[in-house]
Design a protein around this ligand. Structure first.
Ligand SMILES: [Zn+2]
Length: 152
């Protein structure tokens, strides 16, 4: 792309981009160029066009490059890895020693809390809302961390 500073017969200066020097020539020859100020098709290149074009470009010759996209990443430190290992152990322990009551967890937990049924370790599913409600009722529930492998 080439930018030319142009001048109409009435002296209006403006600039326009062209694919090439010959593109300008052919547009000019076909009368496709017109002054944006007065509409005159008597348009010619301003004398110092090429020099002006580069001298006028603001900010020098710095190429305009969009900043490289940086997706969010997380670096797991060794300490976090250790903690995760502990959480996995805890979870495995809970799995081995508790009964899975599944969706009935809030109900069973309440019954045990009310001593309607015998206490035993249980695990299951509760929505965040249910877990909050249980805690507010004084039922000690603990969220277990979810690991990617749980999806299997
Ligand atoms: Zn004009």
């Amino acid at each position: 792309m080439i930018r030319y500073d142009l001048l109409c017969g009435d002296g209006h200066g403006f600039d326009a981009w062209f694919r090439s020097a010959s593109d300008f020539d052919s547009q000019e020859a076909r009368g496709l160029l017109s002054c944006p100020a007065c509409g005159s098709v008597d348009v010619r290149k301003a004398l110092m066009a090429p020099a002006l074009a580069s001298a006028r470009s603001r900010g020098g010759d710095e190429p305009v490059t969009p900043e490289a996209e940086s997706p969010p990443v997380s670096l797991v430190s060794g300490r976090d890895e250790k903690l995760r290992g502990l959480l996995r152990e805890l979870k495995a322990h809970v799995r081995q020693t508790s009964e899975d009551v599944g969706e009935r967890f809030p109900e069973v937990a309440r019954q045990m809390h009310a001593e309607e049924i015998e206490h035993r370790p249980i695990r299951g599913r509760a929505t965040a809302q249910e877990a909050k409600a249980l805690l507010e009722e004084g039922v000690p529930v603990y969220p277990l961390p979810a690991f990617p492998e749980d999806e299997n």
